[in-house]
Design a binder for this molecule. Structure first.
Ligand code: MEV
Length: 314
């Protein structure tokens, strides 16, 4: 009788930062939502050598396995790793974090040792540090737990987050991909950190204003205040521009969306010179936004907030 090859498939969601990107690295809160885009990682013990598909994910997988060897003493000789994803890479939607979370769970499951969401998140965070140097951990938390989270990194070891029960019917928002930024998230995070070092007073003021708007978004979502969603997005975007993480071409596109009566903000690391990754777009008159997008040949995609976190796939 042929013994079935043990295999595990795990999926994990990408994310959208509603407010608080960048400042979250420096201990301020962020509001973040899991979205309906996922990565799927399948691992199969094989009889050959380590095989990775698609091949461009090879370094990711090698790094992941090295980290896993270090932290849980897992060192497979043979493994097939297959990756399928509909989260755009390097565009601010947390593709690398989702990968780190999914492979961590898959490997933990495969080793047969016990695990829980905390263990998956901790392991994935170690992996995320390899790509980003100084991540806040927000992308890992949302991909692990899903839903909508209020998140704050108090210290390297102590991160506080809680699920946000969205009481209001969420406004219908869209994603618009401005393209892959020239800079990595690590690069834009370093840019903001250097602003903080060189102009601490001014930068801290901007950080505090971001915290205020993040709080206003929270109060809006839980129904405590009926703020104007368009204005919240606009204010958030202006502050991100002050931090220098929105490129000139993205700023000019956002200005056009605003002139048509809508609002847009970058979400995630952003981009300084060329494109700025994914943008969140909102218009209280949806048809106006769709007409505008059609006229300008822009591809808007509907996104839903708050999907499930990491999970084993049947
Ligand atoms: C990236 O999704 C969000 C940033 O705030 C970086 C981080 O929190 O690690 C830009």
């Amino acid at each position: 009788m042929v013994k079935a090859t043990p295999q595990v498939t795990v999926s994990a969601p990408g994310k959208i930062i509603i407010s608080g990107e960048h400042v979250v690295v420096h201990g301020y809160p962020a509001l973040v939502a899991a979205v309906n885009r996922r990565i799927k990682v399948k691992i199969v013990s094989s009889r050959g050598s380590l095989g990775v598909f698609p091949l461009h994910s090879w370094t990711f997988v090698k790094d992941a396995l090295e980290t896993l060897v270090k932290h849980i003493g897992f060192s497979p000789k043979y493994l097939d790793v297959k990756i399928k994803s509909d989260i755009p890479i390097g565009s601010g939607m947390g593709s690398s974090a989702a990968f780190a979370v999914a492979i961590s769970m898959a490997i933990l499951k495969k080793t047969g040792k016990g695990y829980d969401l905390k263990k998956i998140g901790d392991l994935a965070y170690e992996l995320e540090k390899k790509y980003h140097g100084n991540p806040s951990g927000v992308d890992i938390a949302i991909s692990t737990y899903g839903g909508v989270l209020w998140y704050r990194k108090e210290t390297e070891e102590f991160k506080v987050f809680t699920n946000v029960n969205v009481s209001k019917k969420l406004p219908e928002v869209f994603l618009l991909d401005t393209g892959k930024p020239d800079e990595t998230t690590k690069g834009t995070v370093a840019h903001v950190s250097s602003l903080l070092r060189n102009k601490p007073v001014k930068t801290v003021k901007t950080f505090e204003k971001v915290e205020k708007v993040t709080r206003a978004f929270l109060q809006y979502l839980i129904g405590e205040k009926s703020d104007n969603f368009t204005n919240l997005i606009k204010t958030n975007e202006r502050l991100l521009e002050e931090l220098g993480v929105v490129s000139p071409s993205t700023r000019s596109l956002i200005k056009k969306i605003e002139d048509s009566g809508g609002a847009a903000k970058i979400s995630g690391g952003g981009g300084i010179r060329g494109a700025s990754g994914i943008m969140l777009v909102y218009h209280k008159d949806k048809q106006k936004l769709l007409d505008f997008a059609k006229k300008k040949n822009l591809k808007l995609e509907r996104v839903t907030f708050g999907g499930k976190g990491v999970a084993i796939e049947k």
